[in-house]
Design a protein around this ligand. Structure first.
Ligand code: HEM
Length: 452
């Protein structure tokens, strides 16, 4: 139900002149923010051939993601473009097929299983910290965004495929980045040349995809021939059977799910971490509180997953960073059949836009909407907040399957880093949020490491 004590959204129809479309392409975050500020919680505008509804109020978001979620599909430009890489993987599929795949994959992401990846996460983090040692001594700056991309890729590669990243990391990283670059390019343009035409970009995309496919194919073959680790997620997926039909996943289904998990689980966590380090560098009081908690709980020993429940400040700074810079900054759906939202008709095929970035900064739901204020996540504040004012991992049946994985990974990395260093933004380094597949710092994140 709409909480009338906070605000009652009313539908406002807006006519977007075609001139504003390039403006949206140039800076979609600013556009979403501005339309919310100018037109409120429930906005309707034509965009090209589409009837678009931008929902900024948590209750409207809950309706689409939860209450009537079966009426809203992922048949949108956002997901159809991603599907060029991920095929019919979990992130982009719908309906019965999606439900079956989710049932089969879900057990590999239960919290207990995720906690089992703690050691892998810490090994990759320790390796990164060792590499940082001489850089810290030299006082040279480091692009923390690049570092986070590398460490999260290493972790997901190990957890998923048991891939020996000493050999494959660079190749895998390049292939994934090429793919993501193409997704952004394509989703920003209504018309592009088909992939079969060998433009330089299309060629790069196809070569990247071939590399990724080859790596994944090799990993599947290794596992089928008993040369994989029995604990990794691919082994669990190979063993999974559909409880209704007793069938296993086909090779191409496995391929789509593995690429999906790499794409969905790598850059998202890296983006969350980069913004967290940036925000901590801007708010020394919060940084101080974090450091005191880490030192008090760990007393110099390395963190493990058993420590995470005793580190509530770590939890809160992560939640707050994901509020201000939710990596998945926009979530779209298409109405399958006509629906009604607060009495307003939503026609079949309407496109729904929900932006965690915008709702997470909604002044009616947050005490300090634009500041890094982890107390937003104190238990007493969480208790009274409207559900879906905060949805960095989406919600309802399509809730992120990797939310626990990401939280544990981010918790261990930030704890291990702050146990050793404070990260300082290089003076004059311009930090600009760039909404690509996830929100990334446009010019990287050049920081120096100050030994604690
Ligand atoms: C901070 C990190 C992460 C954020 C912010 C994030 C965010 C999201 C969001 C918002 C969705 C829902 C999209 C929608 O409803 O349209 C989603 C779905 C998904 N995420 Fe994540 N994610 C993160 C990490 C991960 C990780 C680590 C994995 C895997 C290892 C992962 C795998 C997936 C998959 C497979 C889906 C599709 C689930 C389905 O529809 O059944 N994500 N994620």
């Amino acid at each position: 139900m709409i909480d009338t004590a906070v605000s009652t959204p009313t539908l406002k129809a807006v006519n977007l002149s075609p001139l504003r479309i390039p403006e949206i392409q140039r800076d979609p975050l600013a556009f979403l923010q501005r339309s919310a500020a100018e037109h409120g919680d429930f906005i309707h505008y034509p965009l090209g051939l589409w009837e678009v509804f931008q929902l900024n109020h948590p209750d409207l978001i809950e309706h689409v993601l939860v209450t009537n979620q079966r009426n809203y599909s992922k048949n949108t430009v956002q997901y159809n473009t991603l599907a060029k890489i991920t095929g019919r993987g979990l992130l982009t599929s719908d309906g019965r097929f999606w439900r079956r795949q989710r049932r089969m994959i879900q057990p590999a992401f239960h919290r207990q299983k995720v906690l089992g990846w703690g050691q892998t996460m810490m090994t990759a983090t320790q390796k990164m910290l060792q590499k940082w040692q001489p850089i810290a001594q030299s006082g040279q700056p480091l692009d923390i965004d690049e570092e986070m991309m590398a460490v999260t890729l290493e972790i997901i590669g190990q957890a998923l495929l048991g891939i020996n990243l000493e050999e494959d990391a660079v190749e895998l990283a390049q292939a994934v980045l090429t793919m993501l670059d193409y997704v952004v390019y394509r989703s920003q343009r209504p018309i592009v040349l088909p992939l079969t035409i060998p433009t330089p970009r299309n060629r790069r995309f196809r070569e990247g995809l071939q590399k990724l496919d080859a790596l994944i194919d090799q990993a599947i073959t290794n596992h089928q021939q008993g040369r994989g680790s029995p604990d990794d997620i691919l082994s669990q997926m190979l063993a999974a059977t559909d409880r209704e039909t007793g069938e296993k996943m086909s090779r191409s289904e496995l391929r789509d799910e593995l690429i999906t998990l790499i794409v969905a689980g790598h850059e998202t966590a890296a983006s969350g971490l980069s913004w967290l380090f940036y925000l901590l560098s801007q708010y020394p009081d919060v940084e101080e509180e974090l450091v005191a908690e880490i030192d008090g709980v760990l007393n110099g020993r390395l963190p493990t997953t058993d420590d995470l429940p005793n580190l509530p400040t770590v939890d809160r700074v992560i939640a707050e960073a994901l509020r201000l810079y939710p990596p998945a900054w926009v979530i779209t759906r298409r109405a399958i059949e006509a629906d009604t939202l607060l009495g307003a008709p939503i026609p079949a095929n309407a496109i729904i836009i929900m932006s965690p970035y915008t709702t997470h900064r909604h002044p009616a739901f947050w005490q300090k909407p634009d500041q890094f204020y982890p107390n937003h996540f104190l238990p007493e504040a969480e208790k009274v907040r409207t559900r879906y004012a905060y949805f960095p991992f989406g919600g309802g049946a399509r809730l992120c399957i990797g939310d626990q994985f990401a939280k544990v990974e981010m918790g261990l990395i930030v704890t291990a880093v702050y146990q050793k260093y404070r990260l300082k933004l290089l003076p004059n380094h311009l930090v600009v949020a760039d909404p690509l597949v996830t929100i990334r710092p446009k010019h990287g994140l050049m920081m120096t490491l100050q030994r604690r």
